[in-house]
Every structure is written in C-alpha cells, then in structure tokens.
Ligand binder design. Structure first.
Ligand code: ARG
Length: 462
C-alpha cells in the first residue's frame, strides 16, 4: 500500500511503515521540534559515536561499516564546531535530521545505526550532556561576575555606605560589605552549578524503555573508548534502570531551579541598583551604555537593563513551573509531552547567560556618587544603634539603652535639633556617660563601621 503523503514536503520520518495515511500538515508542524532541538545536535552525535562502537563490538556493524558511519558523524561534529551546521527544518527532530544526512551520504548502511536504540533514549542522553555543558558555561560567567565585584570592592574598600532594613535607613555599612553580600550569593550559585554538573549521569543503552540485548560491559567499553579521545561535561554510564532513564527529567527541573535561584539573585541586585540610582537615593551613577532615554522626556536616563533583568524573573520562574507541570502525573516511561521541556530549558539558559555576560560589563562601569553618600551619612539616626551599644558598654542593660536613645531621638525631633548639637548638661540628663566628645566619636561613619567586629571583612575568594 502506497502512503498518502499529505505532508509531502517534509523530510523522511524514522517511522511510518505501519501507516497508510501521511500526517496532517498542521499536526506535522505542531509536533516538530527541529526548530529548537537542533541545539542538541552535537550531543546526539556523541550518542551515535558511542553507539557505533557498541554495534561494532557486537558484530552488528563491521569495522569498515562503523568507520564509514563514524566518518560522516565526525564530519557533522566538525561542522557544528565550525558553526557551519544548519538544521534541516523539514525534519521532525534533530535525531531524524542527523539520520537523514547520514542516509544521503552513505545510503542504506546508515539504516543500521538505529539498531537497538530509540530517540527516547537519545533525547534524554543529549539533554543531559547539553545541561552539563551549559551549566559549566554559566559557572564561568558567574565567576566573571564575582571577579568584577571583587574589583569594585578594591576600588571602594573604605567607602562607608547606608545600610537598610525594611527600606528604611538602618546602620552604616561599607560599600564593600554590600558588594560582598552579592559576591557570596553568586559564589553559592557557582557551588550549586558545580554540584549539579558533578551529579549528572547520562545513560546509554536504555532503548525505547526496556533496554537492549547487548551487554552492559560492551556499553562500558564503548563509552571508555569514546571518552579516551573526546572529553564531555558530565559522566556517561551504561543504563541501570531503563524505564527511569528515558522518563527522567529531574535534571532539567534541577537546572531550571538552580537558574531560578541565580535569577532571583540577579533580580534583587537589579532592584537595589534601580532604587539606588533614582534621584531620591542618587547613590549610583549607572553606565550609560546600559541605560536608555525617553522618546518624550529629554532629561531621562532610564535603567532599562536592570528592569529587564528584574523582569526576566517572570520568564525564568515560568520556565521552571512549566516543566514541573509537564512532568506532573506523566506515566512511565517516555511520553511525547516530554518534548516540551526543551523550549523552557533553552530559554532559561539563554536568558541567564545573556544577563550574566552583560552584568559583568555593567558592574565594571558602575560608579558611586561619594558626595551624595557622604551627605546621607550625616543622618544621625544611622548611629542610634551605636549609641545604644556604647551605653551597654557602660553597663546599661540593652533594653534600657534602647529606651534612652529612643527618648534622645524624640527630644531632638521635637526641638528640631541634631543629636550632635545636644549640650553636655542635657546629655548627662539622659545618661551620665554621655558627653559631646563621646557623641562626636560615635556619630562618625568610619568609627561606626570599625565598631562592627563580628563580621569578617577579609576580601573573599572565589
Ligand atoms: N523529539 C522527541 C523529544 O524531544 C524525541 C523523542 C521522540 N520519540 C517518540 N517516540 N516519538 O522528546
């Protein structure tokens, strides 16, 4: 029986023998994934290069046959590395595209490559190597950001800064404390990325769901042989449980979760810098090349880069929830639903990479407006806690000290005065240890930061 080709322009399928009718054209487009899964091409070729070794060892391919297939696979791999590979968008997916190219080059011999393996097995393998590679790239970009934070820390090492809680002025800190806070967040992200890549295991030999008839040791030897010449990010192992192997997308969710945490850090930093660069705060001068103007208001310098970073949280968190939802309730083993994990995965990876790459440049161009900060640090309420702690050192209980300073602040507010203006006779009436000389020592940003001894201000290391 001849098949009716309703989707006749589409490239050859890897299935179809049992079908009388061709695919509905709309469904063909709906189900195709080549437009995005071409990103897996390199890793799919790795799967094939290991697989030909297994087939050869088991006599399914002769040495010459395996060599002929491998030569084409290697050539394709090279074209990807040289950026020459253009996916054939009429193929159903990248696995089919590669199979079709092979057939074009070497004819019917190519049809032996798919012996004892399935796209179900290939796709999860490919994605794991992809995740390992991209996680390592993101780790490097995070380290770059950490390095810029360290450089800025060196530049502003002695610069006092206003610390906030609840968005209200709280206590004096150093600007380097502030930078270090983000350094430590991003360094934790680096550790998460490293743990993640170390935990990745890409399995081979799962077949469609039930494994293949070839021994685990021959897979083991093929993997070893391949890895001797070609290192990959992540480990490759013979499959243990084939069902869980083809059905597993935990590693996608874990990666997306990790990226959501990175994104949350990026978004908090962006929000801080948006606030600090408003005219109301005015502490920061943002690099112009990452700002935009207004089409209407000539004076505007808008922090669009930071806003887009903050706004990307919607996409990144959405991608995580998307894959969690796709996986929820999927029966074992492979289901086509799983194909839909790729766009969210690729989207989060691309977005975070772009953000981190630009953030490095952005942070390098960031400048402090020291005069404005100096002015803000003359707000004497920033030293209220230091004043209370001074009284504690004079043996006053902390609650009582808190109350005394509270009353002092109420007093100066009522009188429209400053704490540093209170004369000795008045200060003594609040507590006998208080006098103008002590007040001047306490109400000083450098002394305030120096008095914070519990924290380490050693330059952190990556
Ligand atoms: N493009 C598919 C995916 O990404 C590959 C697996 C297709 N397997 C199948 N039995 N239809 O999941």
């Amino acid at each position: 029986m001849i098949r009716e080709e309703t989707g006749s322009e589409m490239a050859k399928k890897m299935w179809g023998g049992r079908f009388r009718k061709g695919m509905d054209k709309r469904f063909e487009g709906f189900s195709s994934s080549i437009a995005y899964d071409y990103k897996l091409a390199e890793f799919d070729l790795v799967h094939s290069l290991i697989h030909t070794r297994v087939l050869q060892e088991n006599g399914i391919l002769t040495v010459q046959e395996a060599n002929r297939i491998n030569a084409v696979l290697e050539e394709l791999l090279k074209s990807i590395k040289d950026n020459r590979f253009k996916p054939n968008l009429s193929a159903e997916d990248i696995h089919t595209d590669i199979q079709n190219r092979l057939e074009k080059k070497i004819g019917p011999l190519s049809l032996k490559l798919h012996t004892l393996r399935s796209r179900n097995d290939q796709v999860v393998f490919d994605e794991k190597l992809f995740c390992g590679f991209e996680a390592s790239m993101i780790g490097k970009l995070l380290i770059n950001v950490c390095e810029v934070l360290l450089a800025q820390r060196r530049k502003y090492s002695e610069q006092p800064f206003v610390g906030y809680t609840h968005g209200q002025r709280a206590q004096v800190i150093l600007f380097s404390d502030y930078l270090d806070a983000y350094f430590y967040m991003f360094r934790r992200d680096v550790h998460r990325v490293v743990n993640y890549t170390e935990s990745l295991q890409a399995f081979i030999g799962a077949g469609a769901l039930a494994g293949s008839g070839l021994s685990r040791s021959s897979y083991e030897r093929a993997i070893k042989d391949f890895l001797r010449t070609t290192p990959v990010y992540g480990k490759i192992r013979p499959v243990v449980n084939s069902l869980e192997s083809v059905a597993d997308r935990d590693f996608v969710i874990e990666f997306l979760g990790l990226l959501s945490i990175v994104q949350m850090h990026l978004s908090r930093l962006a929000e801080d810098m948006i606030l600090y660069s408003t005219q109301e705060f005015n502490y920061l001068d943002l690099p112009e090349e990452f700002c935009t103007g207004s089409s209407l208001m000539p004076h505007k310098k808008n922090p669009d880069f930071l806003e887009l970073v903050r706004g990307s949280s919607g996409r990144i968190n959405g991608n995580l929830v998307s894959v969690l939802t796709i996986l929820k309730g999927l029966p074992l083993a492979y289901n086509r639903d799983m194909q839909l994990d790729k766009e969210p995965l690729f989207s989060s990876v691309e977005t975070v990479k772009e953000e981190l790459t630009m953030l490095k440049e952005f942070l390098a161009g960031l400048k402090l407006k020291e005069k404005v900060i100096e002015q803000a640090l003359t707000d004497e309420t920033l030293y209220a806690t230091d004043l209370a702690e001074f009284l504690v050192l004079k043996k006053v209980s902390f609650r009582e000290a808190h109350d005394i300073v509270g009353r002092m602040i109420r007093y100066v507010e009522d009188k429209g005065m400053r704490l540093s203006e209170l004369p000795d006779e008045l200060l003594i009436s609040f507590h006998r240890a208080l006098n103008q000389k002590e007040m001047q020592r306490i109400i000083n940003p450098f002394n305030a930061v120096a008095s914070r001894k519990s924290i380490s201000r050693k330059a952190p290391k990556i």
